[in-house]
Design a protein around this ligand. Structure first.
Ligand SMILES: NC(=O)c1ccc[n+]([C@@H]2O[C@H](COP(=O)([O-])OP(=O)(O)OC[C@H]3O[C@@H](n4cnc5c(N)ncnc54)[C@H](OP(=O)(O)O)[C@@H]3O)[C@@H](O)[C@H]2O)c1
Length: 242
Protein backbone atom coordinates (compact mmCIF):
# COMPACT_ATOMS: atom_id res chain seq x y z
CA UNK A 1 0.00 0.00 0.00
CA UNK A 2 1.36 3.42 -0.91
CA UNK A 3 0.05 6.64 0.64
CA UNK A 4 -0.99 9.42 -1.75
CA UNK A 5 0.61 12.81 -1.03
CA UNK A 6 -2.40 14.86 -2.15
CA UNK A 7 -5.18 15.25 0.45
CA UNK A 8 -8.11 12.85 0.10
CA UNK A 9 -11.67 13.59 1.22
CA UNK A 10 -14.64 11.23 1.45
CA UNK A 11 -18.10 12.80 1.46
CA UNK A 12 -21.05 10.50 2.14
CA UNK A 13 -24.12 11.46 0.11
CA UNK A 14 -21.77 13.31 -2.21
CA UNK A 15 -23.89 12.94 -5.33
CA UNK A 16 -26.21 15.90 -4.69
CA UNK A 17 -27.15 18.78 -2.38
CA UNK A 18 -24.70 19.94 0.26
CA UNK A 19 -22.50 16.87 -0.18
CA UNK A 20 -21.97 17.55 -3.87
CA UNK A 21 -21.27 21.26 -3.31
CA UNK A 22 -18.87 20.46 -0.46
CA UNK A 23 -17.04 18.07 -2.79
CA UNK A 24 -16.87 20.80 -5.44
CA UNK A 25 -15.42 23.33 -2.99
CA UNK A 26 -12.87 20.89 -1.52
CA UNK A 27 -11.97 19.71 -5.03
CA UNK A 28 -11.38 23.34 -6.07
CA UNK A 29 -8.91 23.59 -3.16
CA UNK A 30 -6.92 20.71 -4.66
CA UNK A 31 -8.29 17.75 -2.68
CA UNK A 32 -9.00 14.41 -4.30
CA UNK A 33 -12.72 14.07 -3.59
CA UNK A 34 -14.47 10.73 -3.23
CA UNK A 35 -18.21 11.10 -3.68
CA UNK A 36 -19.89 8.42 -1.60
CA UNK A 37 -23.12 7.48 -3.35
CA UNK A 38 -25.56 4.66 -2.70
CA UNK A 39 -26.59 4.78 -6.35
CA UNK A 40 -23.45 4.22 -8.40
CA UNK A 41 -24.90 5.69 -11.58
CA UNK A 42 -25.88 8.96 -9.86
CA UNK A 43 -22.48 9.07 -8.15
CA UNK A 44 -20.63 8.58 -11.43
CA UNK A 45 -22.72 11.32 -13.08
CA UNK A 46 -21.94 13.71 -10.21
CA UNK A 47 -18.22 12.87 -10.32
CA UNK A 48 -18.18 13.45 -14.11
CA UNK A 49 -19.66 16.94 -13.57
CA UNK A 50 -16.79 17.77 -11.21
CA UNK A 51 -14.19 16.22 -13.51
CA UNK A 52 -15.48 18.61 -16.21
CA UNK A 53 -14.42 21.42 -13.84
CA UNK A 54 -10.87 19.95 -13.61
CA UNK A 55 -11.60 18.48 -10.16
CA UNK A 56 -10.03 15.16 -9.17
CA UNK A 57 -13.38 13.55 -8.31
CA UNK A 58 -14.34 9.88 -8.14
CA UNK A 59 -17.49 8.04 -7.23
CA UNK A 60 -17.30 5.42 -4.52
CA UNK A 61 -20.28 3.19 -3.84
CA UNK A 62 -21.43 3.82 -0.27
CA UNK A 63 -24.79 3.18 1.32
CA UNK A 64 -24.29 4.21 4.93
CA UNK A 65 -26.96 1.71 6.04
CA UNK A 66 -25.21 -1.22 4.30
CA UNK A 67 -22.12 -2.41 6.17
CA UNK A 68 -20.88 -4.40 3.15
CA UNK A 69 -20.63 -1.22 1.02
CA UNK A 70 -18.90 0.63 3.87
CA UNK A 71 -16.31 -2.15 4.26
CA UNK A 72 -15.77 -2.35 0.50
CA UNK A 73 -15.30 1.44 0.34
CA UNK A 74 -12.72 1.30 3.16
CA UNK A 75 -10.81 -1.48 1.34
CA UNK A 76 -10.85 0.47 -1.94
CA UNK A 77 -9.61 3.68 -0.28
CA UNK A 78 -6.88 1.68 1.51
CA UNK A 79 -5.67 0.17 -1.77
CA UNK A 80 -5.91 3.32 -3.88
CA UNK A 81 -4.97 6.12 -1.47
CA UNK A 82 -3.75 4.58 1.80
CA UNK A 83 -5.28 7.34 3.97
CA UNK A 84 -8.21 9.69 4.47
CA UNK A 85 -7.54 13.33 5.36
CA UNK A 86 -11.17 14.43 5.49
CA UNK A 87 -14.35 12.53 6.26
CA UNK A 88 -17.65 14.37 5.87
CA UNK A 89 -20.55 12.43 7.38
CA UNK A 90 -23.14 14.21 5.27
CA UNK A 91 -25.61 11.52 4.12
CA UNK A 92 -28.88 12.24 5.87
CA UNK A 93 -32.62 11.91 5.61
CA UNK A 94 -35.39 14.09 6.99
CA UNK A 95 -38.01 12.07 8.83
CA UNK A 96 -40.34 14.90 9.77
CA UNK A 97 -43.55 13.87 11.54
CA UNK A 98 -45.34 15.43 14.46
CA UNK A 99 -45.13 13.50 17.71
CA UNK A 100 -48.62 12.01 17.53
CA UNK A 101 -48.05 10.63 14.01
CA UNK A 102 -44.60 9.21 14.70
CA UNK A 103 -43.92 5.46 14.82
CA UNK A 104 -40.99 3.52 16.24
CA UNK A 105 -40.23 2.47 12.66
CA UNK A 106 -39.87 6.16 11.68
CA UNK A 107 -37.47 6.74 14.56
CA UNK A 108 -35.40 3.69 13.60
CA UNK A 109 -35.27 4.75 9.94
CA UNK A 110 -34.01 8.20 10.91
CA UNK A 111 -31.34 6.77 13.22
CA UNK A 112 -30.29 4.13 10.66
CA UNK A 113 -29.01 6.79 8.26
CA UNK A 114 -28.33 9.86 10.39
CA UNK A 115 -26.64 8.20 13.35
CA UNK A 116 -25.84 4.48 12.86
CA UNK A 117 -24.69 5.26 9.30
CA UNK A 118 -22.31 8.00 10.41
CA UNK A 119 -21.00 5.79 13.23
CA UNK A 120 -20.42 2.79 10.94
CA UNK A 121 -18.62 4.87 8.31
CA UNK A 122 -16.46 6.65 10.91
CA UNK A 123 -15.47 3.41 12.58
CA UNK A 124 -14.61 1.65 9.30
CA UNK A 125 -12.57 4.65 8.10
CA UNK A 126 -10.69 5.14 11.39
CA UNK A 127 -7.48 3.29 10.36
CA UNK A 128 -7.36 5.41 7.17
CA UNK A 129 -8.03 8.59 9.14
CA UNK A 130 -5.19 7.71 11.50
CA UNK A 131 -2.87 7.48 8.47
CA UNK A 132 -3.39 11.19 7.77
CA UNK A 133 -1.10 13.73 9.43
CA UNK A 134 -3.98 16.20 9.98
CA UNK A 135 -7.35 14.45 9.78
CA UNK A 136 -10.60 16.38 9.87
CA UNK A 137 -14.00 14.81 10.45
CA UNK A 138 -17.13 16.91 9.99
CA UNK A 139 -20.49 15.55 11.05
CA UNK A 140 -23.30 17.41 9.29
CA UNK A 141 -25.65 18.07 12.13
CA UNK A 142 -28.33 20.71 12.58
CA UNK A 143 -29.25 23.27 15.22
CA UNK A 144 -32.47 21.21 15.33
CA UNK A 145 -30.37 18.63 17.25
CA UNK A 146 -29.74 21.03 20.17
CA UNK A 147 -31.53 20.01 23.39
CA UNK A 148 -30.71 23.44 24.86
CA UNK A 149 -32.46 25.29 22.00
CA UNK A 150 -35.39 22.84 22.04
CA UNK A 151 -35.99 23.60 25.71
CA UNK A 152 -35.82 27.41 25.28
CA UNK A 153 -39.18 28.92 24.23
CA UNK A 154 -37.30 32.03 23.03
CA UNK A 155 -35.28 30.03 20.50
CA UNK A 156 -36.22 29.84 16.80
CA UNK A 157 -35.63 26.08 17.01
CA UNK A 158 -38.17 25.62 19.86
CA UNK A 159 -41.34 25.21 17.72
CA UNK A 160 -39.67 22.86 15.22
CA UNK A 161 -40.44 19.63 17.05
CA UNK A 162 -39.65 16.76 14.67
CA UNK A 163 -38.45 14.14 17.14
CA UNK A 164 -37.13 11.53 14.68
CA UNK A 165 -34.89 14.02 12.88
CA UNK A 166 -33.93 16.06 15.96
CA UNK A 167 -32.81 13.21 18.16
CA UNK A 168 -30.88 11.50 15.36
CA UNK A 169 -28.83 14.72 15.08
CA UNK A 170 -28.51 14.95 18.90
CA UNK A 171 -27.07 11.42 18.81
CA UNK A 172 -24.78 12.43 15.94
CA UNK A 173 -23.48 15.24 18.18
CA UNK A 174 -22.55 12.62 20.77
CA UNK A 175 -20.65 10.75 18.04
CA UNK A 176 -18.70 14.00 17.61
CA UNK A 177 -17.80 14.31 21.30
CA UNK A 178 -16.94 10.62 21.68
CA UNK A 179 -14.86 10.37 18.51
CA UNK A 180 -13.05 13.61 19.43
CA UNK A 181 -12.26 12.02 22.81
CA UNK A 182 -11.04 8.81 21.14
CA UNK A 183 -8.71 10.83 18.91
CA UNK A 184 -7.68 13.46 21.48
CA UNK A 185 -4.00 12.45 21.52
CA UNK A 186 -3.79 12.71 17.72
CA UNK A 187 -3.82 15.74 15.36
CA UNK A 188 -7.43 14.91 14.37
CA UNK A 189 -10.28 17.41 14.68
CA UNK A 190 -13.86 16.17 14.90
CA UNK A 191 -16.73 18.66 14.85
CA UNK A 192 -20.48 18.90 14.30
CA UNK A 193 -21.58 21.62 11.92
CA UNK A 194 -24.99 23.07 11.05
CA UNK A 195 -24.95 24.49 7.52
CA UNK A 196 -28.06 26.64 8.11
CA UNK A 197 -31.36 26.35 6.25
CA UNK A 198 -30.14 25.49 2.76
CA UNK A 199 -32.27 25.11 -0.37
CA UNK A 200 -31.83 21.48 -1.47
CA UNK A 201 -34.10 18.51 -2.28
CA UNK A 202 -34.14 17.92 1.47
CA UNK A 203 -36.64 20.77 1.95
CA UNK A 204 -37.96 20.92 -1.63
CA UNK A 205 -35.76 23.93 -2.29
CA UNK A 206 -37.26 26.09 0.49
CA UNK A 207 -34.03 26.99 2.33
CA UNK A 208 -32.75 30.57 2.75
CA UNK A 209 -29.19 29.76 1.70
CA UNK A 210 -27.74 28.35 -1.51
CA UNK A 211 -25.75 25.09 -1.28
CA UNK A 212 -22.67 27.17 -2.06
CA UNK A 213 -23.30 29.36 1.01
CA UNK A 214 -24.24 26.41 3.25
CA UNK A 215 -21.17 24.39 2.30
CA UNK A 216 -18.69 27.12 3.24
CA UNK A 217 -18.85 26.32 6.95
CA UNK A 218 -18.48 22.60 6.20
CA UNK A 219 -15.35 23.29 4.17
CA UNK A 220 -14.07 25.60 6.89
CA UNK A 221 -14.22 22.80 9.49
CA UNK A 222 -12.88 20.26 6.96
CA UNK A 223 -9.79 22.41 6.46
CA UNK A 224 -9.33 23.68 10.05
CA UNK A 225 -5.90 24.82 11.11
CA UNK A 226 -4.18 22.69 13.74
CA UNK A 227 -5.00 25.20 16.51
CA UNK A 228 -8.71 24.91 15.66
CA UNK A 229 -11.30 23.33 17.98
CA UNK A 230 -12.29 19.68 18.28
CA UNK A 231 -15.37 18.10 19.82
CA UNK A 232 -17.52 21.19 19.14
CA UNK A 233 -20.87 22.12 17.59
CA UNK A 234 -20.92 25.14 15.29
CA UNK A 235 -22.88 27.19 12.78
CA UNK A 236 -21.94 30.36 10.87
CA UNK A 237 -22.60 32.45 14.00
CA UNK A 238 -20.26 30.39 16.19
CA UNK A 239 -20.88 27.83 18.93
CA UNK A 240 -24.31 26.15 19.12
CA UNK A 241 -25.33 25.15 22.66
CA UNK A 242 -25.68 21.39 22.99
N1 LIG B 1 -30.68 21.41 3.70
C1 LIG B 1 -30.71 21.90 4.94
O1 LIG B 1 -31.35 22.94 5.20
C2 LIG B 1 -29.99 21.20 6.06
C3 LIG B 1 -29.93 21.84 7.31
C4 LIG B 1 -29.23 21.23 8.35
C5 LIG B 1 -28.62 20.01 8.14
N2 LIG B 1 -28.72 19.41 6.92
C6 LIG B 1 -28.06 18.11 6.76
O2 LIG B 1 -27.18 18.17 5.65
C7 LIG B 1 -27.02 16.86 5.08
C8 LIG B 1 -27.23 16.94 3.58
O3 LIG B 1 -28.52 17.46 3.35
P1 LIG B 1 -28.99 18.01 1.93
O4 LIG B 1 -29.81 19.20 2.22
O5 LIG B 1 -27.86 18.09 0.99
O6 LIG B 1 -29.98 16.81 1.52
P2 LIG B 1 -30.31 16.14 0.11
O7 LIG B 1 -30.20 17.12 -0.99
O8 LIG B 1 -31.61 15.43 0.36
O9 LIG B 1 -29.14 15.05 -0.07
C9 LIG B 1 -29.05 13.98 0.82
C10 LIG B 1 -27.89 13.10 0.36
O10 LIG B 1 -27.78 12.01 1.30
C11 LIG B 1 -27.76 10.81 0.54
N3 LIG B 1 -28.24 9.68 1.33
C12 LIG B 1 -29.41 9.49 1.96
N4 LIG B 1 -29.45 8.28 2.53
C13 LIG B 1 -28.27 7.67 2.23
C14 LIG B 1 -27.71 6.41 2.53
N5 LIG B 1 -28.37 5.47 3.23
N6 LIG B 1 -26.45 6.14 2.08
C15 LIG B 1 -25.75 7.06 1.37
N7 LIG B 1 -26.25 8.25 1.03
C16 LIG B 1 -27.49 8.55 1.46
C17 LIG B 1 -28.65 11.09 -0.66
O11 LIG B 1 -28.42 10.11 -1.66
P3 LIG B 1 -29.53 9.78 -2.81
O12 LIG B 1 -29.33 10.77 -3.91
O13 LIG B 1 -29.19 8.37 -3.24
O14 LIG B 1 -30.88 9.88 -2.17
C18 LIG B 1 -28.13 12.47 -1.02
O15 LIG B 1 -26.90 12.38 -1.70
C19 LIG B 1 -28.03 15.96 5.81
O16 LIG B 1 -27.35 15.24 6.81
C20 LIG B 1 -29.00 16.95 6.44
O17 LIG B 1 -29.60 16.44 7.62
C21 LIG B 1 -29.39 19.96 5.88
Amino acid sequence: MSVQMKKVALISGGNRGLGFETARQLGSLGYTVLLGARNKEKGEEAAAKLQDQEIDAHCIELDVTEQATIDAAARKITTEYGKLDVLINNAGIGVIHKFTDLSVADLKRSFDTNFFGAFAVSQAMLPLIENSDAPRIVNISSSIGSITLHSDPASGVYPFKALAYSCSKTALNQLTTHLAFTLKHTPAKVNSVCPGFVATDFNNGYGDLTPEQGSRIIVHYATLAQEGPTGGYFNEQGVIPW
